[in-house]
Design a protein around this ligand. Structure first.
Ligand SMILES: Cc1cc2nc3c(=O)[nH]c(=O)nc-3n(C[C@H](O)[C@H](O)[C@H](O)COP(=O)(O)O)c2cc1C
Length: 484
């Protein structure tokens, strides 16, 4: 993918928005294709909603839609709606086998958003300003067992660089602390740079937290890009038309007109931090009590029948791992294309069951040692999360963890093929590795790699003994032809 810079992002011609840009079409498509379970029995966001949606995906592989939420009459909520590639393919309307290539292509053609009137913006159907706005109306859940309270983890923070006016989208979990206050967890990335700029001026950072959007907007928000790139334009590229936006009521920001809910407010300046957590993280564990920034609510606008996005963050597999995982796959693929004059790369798969730590590269090594340099590159790509990289051969199906494990068990000589890279910077949430410095966000640990490719073989007989002994006609027999 070519590098996205401000110029390419801004020089896009304006097209007209014509399609449904909410996530309702996605939910309907999931239901139609048997990928979603509708729960009409009462559920409780503090007691069981999270366990039900997690088990619905873990045990049945399906998304959830709740239509009867105790304490929140009239509300609905959905969860696990893009937890795997099939669901992403439905949401983005891209063939599952071409997800990486097609997303990569569309990200190269950003489209600027289009401002529409409030009258044609469903997210303005209801407005609660000032004292009328109450965060406790929203059916936010206690997600993981030891979470400190109800959390809204599914808000996309819309902010704007005060110097350039360029927008930024990012996720920041919000611990609901009452009617108009939440925690606001910011890791040091683009949002924190924007916050610093406002703070230096002694001003609060205006932020619009958008909940419930089209999967294209969701994906773009989680994608790692240059600071100068407005992710909303990437979302336009993914949608192949401009995102319809509408002005906020109380702050100078524009938000998707077809969203379900918008929380308008500001982050308190001057590095004002308060204790927050614990919260079940994307790693599948609790990093412990932390300090985080504080969000103050000014207004809520929403649809009259809003569907809350009850995003599950915590033990994998959830939408959280699958969002960052897909971004890592696409970015790593692009990164690896530049290694060694272009590798013979076949696929890249982030194992979401690992909570983002393990990445698999399927490739045809052209000479001894090439898989190992591919692995080194995969461990130093645009995303910090992977600490284990595994290379497998072209005969391994990377969507089947059994085959990956078989490959490790059968083709690896650990003394030669397992390599540790000690004392390197690792991801801030890798709590197995010690913290360094005093930010509480920097860690040094060991990244490691497993070369599970067969390696250079000279004797044809050797090649045979490394093959998988699969059932006769394994690839041509279609089980569905024989099922009752
Ligand atoms: C579902 C989800 C939840 C996330 N929650 C947080 C969070 O609470 N705090 C944070 O700093 N980053 C969180 N992240 C990571 C970043 O917000 C996200 O990757 C984003 O792309 C960063 O944007 P930026 O590079 O523009 O700052 C989350 C990512 C995902 C996919």
């Amino acid at each position: 993918m070519k590098k996205l810079d401000e110029k390419s992002a801004r020089s896009t011609e304006q097209k007209k928005a014509t399609r449904d840009q909410s996530y309702r079409t996605h939910l309907a498509a999931l239901e139609e294709s048997g990928e979603l379970v509708r729960f009409d029995k009462p559920v409780d966001p503090e007691k069981n909603m999270s366990a039900i949606e997690w088990k619905t995906y873990a045990e049945l592989g399906k998304s959830s839609l709740f239509t009867n939420i105790e304490g929140h009459p009239g509300w609905r909520a959905c969860s696990q709606i893009i937890a795997d590639r099939k669901k992403w393919a439905i949401g983005l309307e891209i063939d599952e086998d071409h997800l990486h290539g097609e997303i990569g292509r569309r990200l190269q053609s950003p489209i600027a958003s289009q401002l529409v009137d409030a009258a044609s913006a469903p997210v303005k159907q209801l407005k609660f300003l000032g004292d009328d706005a109450d965060l406790r109306d929203i059916p936010a859940a206690i997600v993981s067992e030891r979470d400190s309270g109800r959390y809204i983890p599914s808000g996309i923070a819309f902010m704007k660089d005060p110097d350039t006016g360029i927008g930024n989208l990012s996720f920041h979990r919000m611990e609901v602390r009452g009617k108009d206050t939440t925690g606001f967890a910011i890791l040091p990335r683009h949002a924190s740079r924007i916050y610093e700029k406002y703070s230096q001026r002694g001003e609060p950072t205006p932020v619009a937290v958008v909940i419930g959007v089209h999967p294209a907007i969701w994906f773009a928000s989680g994608y790692t890009t240059a600071f100068e790139v407005d992710e909303l334009e990437l979302a336009g590229g993914l949608l192949k038309e401009p995102v319809r936006t509408v002005r906020c009521e109380t702050i100078d920001l524009n938000v998707p007109a077809d969203a379900e809910i918008v929380l308008e407010g500001e982050i308190i300046p001057g590095n004002h931090l308060e204790a927050e957590g614990p919260f079940g993280e994307v790693t599948g564990t609790y990093p412990g009590k932390k300090m985080s920034h504080v969000f103050r609510l000014k207004a809520i606008t929403r649809r009259h029948d809003a569907i809350y996005y009850a995003l599950h963050c915590g033990f994998p597999v959830t939408d959280t791992q699958s969002t960052t995982g897909l971004g890592i796959e696409i970015a790593t693929r692009e990164h690896l294309q530049k290694v060694d004059g272009g590798l013979d790369l076949l696929d890249v798969r982030l194992l979401t069951i690992s909570g983002l730590f393990a990445i698999v590269i399927k490739m045809r090594p052209r000479m001894e040692g090439e898989a190992k340099i591919a692995l080194m590159a995969a461990l130093s790509g645009p995303y910090q999360q992977p600490k284990l990289a595994i290379a497998v051969d072209e005969d391994i199906d990377v969507s089947d963890v059994r085959q990956i494990m078989w490959s490790i068990a059968s083709r690896v000589r650990a003394d030669r093929d397992v390599i540790f890279l000690p004392n390197v910077k690792v991801w801030a949430l890798d709590s197995a590795s010690p913290l360094v410095g005093n930010t509480g966000r920097q860690r040094v640990g060991t990244r490691w790699m497993i070369d599970a490719t067969k390696g250079p073989l000279t004797e044809p007989a050797e090649r045979v003994k490394f093959d998988m002994a699969m059932p006769k006609n394994f690839s041509s027999v279609n089980l569905r032809d024989f099922l009752p």
